[in-house]
Every structure is written in C-alpha cells, then in structure tokens.
Design a protein around this ligand. Structure first.
Ligand code: NAI
Length: 219
C-alpha cells in the first residue's frame, strides 16, 4: 500500500503539466488566457481543466479566462513548491549520479543532502560538493538530518530491504527508480518512475499500425 490521495491520481498527474504550461506563459509575459486557448494549447478539454481545478476551489471567470500569474502561483502552492524538501540518493551509479548532477531539482526546492552507496570505491567522491557516503552510515545520518525524500537508484534485488531500512528510520516519501513493486506501509508515499514504460509505449506506437493491419488481414 502507499498513502492514498484525496483527489484522484489522474487529476494529480495532470497538475505538473498545467504548472509547466503556465510557467511558460508567464515567461512569455502572457497576463491572461481564455480556458479555450489554454485547453487548445494543452490538448485537454476546457471542461477537463475546469473540473480538475474545481477540486481546489475553482479558478477563472466566465468571459475572462484565467489570470496566468494567479493560477501559476496557486498551482505552485497546490504542488507544494512553495516549500523546500531535503533529499538523499541511495545508489551512486549511473542513474544516481545523473540525478545528483541535475541541478534543476534544486531550483524547484528539492535540496540534495546526502548520497549513499555500498561500493567502497565511491566513498569520499563528491558530486556537486556532496560526498558519497557508506550506506552503513545511513541510519546515523537519518537520525541527525531531517530528510523528506529518499531517491532509490539501486539494483532491484536490494531495493525492498533498503526501503524497509529507510522507512524504519522515519522516511515518509520514496521516489523509486528500481524496477520493482515495493511494499510500503500506507503512511508512506511511494512514487515510481519507470522510463522504460514510456520507451515501450513509444515503440508500441511506432508499430501499432502494422500490428493492427496484420490483425485485420488475418480475419
Ligand atoms: P548502477 O549499477 O550504475 O548503479 C547502482 C549503484 O547502486 C551502484 O553504485 C551500487 O554500488 C549501488 N548499490 C547496490 N546496492 C546498494 C545498497 N544496498 N545500498 C547502496 N548502494 C547500493 O545502476 P544504474 O544504471 O544506476 O541503475 C540503478 C537502478 O535504477 C537499477 O535498479 C536500474 O534498473 C534502475 N533504473 C531505472 C530507470 C527507470 O526509469 N526507472 C532507468 C535506469 C535505471
């Protein structure tokens, strides 16, 4: 189980995209946008946008549309981006290092405080001034540092044990990249990322027409 949301997940999954579009509009100095324009830009119906936002009180006025800055600020709050978060990365391999090196997360308020690995060859190396530490020190580190999010970038065979350790030490949110369905208590928020799902969807779409043509021909 992972912590249940109050608003349905499909709505929540659309919010970052609204936020991204509004940020772009704001950068381009757009002050207001009609719900029709916004929906056309985003490829979502105006009523979908309205329904989604209604979960948080509703915005926009009939005949005026949306005030871009106001809606952007509200979505920033809704997404919790008006706060900062402390993060750690477990696993300083290819993926862990790539995430550690991606400075944009920091700009959005996700501050990397520690990187842990099991490989002694990596101990003491630094990524952006943050030292890679021995994972044996994880519990001590968590006891003296308030960490909001653990980012899991280790091989899947070790992931459940690591998740259990993190949770035992008080971690309440895990951003999991390991290709495994972790079991977590229902007060822990688990967010899985599987880049390969997206890649396989892409390859499906490359092949869909042929696939369905063959099916019709077979009939
Ligand atoms: P990698 O082999 O380069 O790095 C894994 C690192 O984890 C190594 O440095 C290793 O020493 C460390 N490690 C292993 N057990 C550990 C433990 N118990 N505690 C701390 N550190 C430990 O592998 P890579 O390419 O970085 O991938 C890492 C994980 O992410 C794999 O599970 C892989 O399948 C997954 N992955 C997921 C993607 C996604 O989209 N979800 C994309 C790419 C990789």
């Amino acid at each position: 189980m992972t912590k249940k949301t109050i608003v349905p997940m499909p709505v929540i999954r659309r919010l970052p995209r609204y936020h991204r579009y509004l940020e772009e509009l704001l950068k381009n100095d757009v002050k207001r946008i009609s719900s029709r324009e916004l929906s056309e830009k985003m490829g979502v119906t105006a009523s979908q946008i309205r329904q989604d936002l209604n979960n948080y009180g509703g915005f926009g006025q009939q005949g005026y549309g949306y005030n871009v800055e106001e809606l952007y600020n509200t979505l920033t709050k809704i997404l919790g981006l008006d706060k900062t978060y402390s993060t750690i990365i477990i696993g300083a391999g290819n993926l862990g290092q790539a995430i550690a090196n991606y400075t944009n997360f920091e700009r959005t308020g996700f501050n990397l405080k520690g990187i842990f690995d099991i490989n002694p060859k990596l101990f003491g190396l630094k990524i952006r001034d943050i030292e890679i530490m021995d994972v044996d020190n994880l519990e001590d580190f968590l006891a003296s540092n308030k960490i909001d999010i653990a980012i899991l970038c280790i091989p899947k065979d070790n992931s459940q044990i690591m998740a259990d350790r993190l949770i035992k030490s008080g971690i309440k949110a895990i951003w999991n990249f390991s290709p495994i369905d972790l079991k977590v208590p229902d007060d822990v928020i688990l967010e899985n990322v599987h880049l390969s799902d997206s890649l396989l969807t892409l390859s499906y779409r490359i092949n869909e027409e042929n696939l369905l043509k063959t099916k019709v021909e077979e009939k």
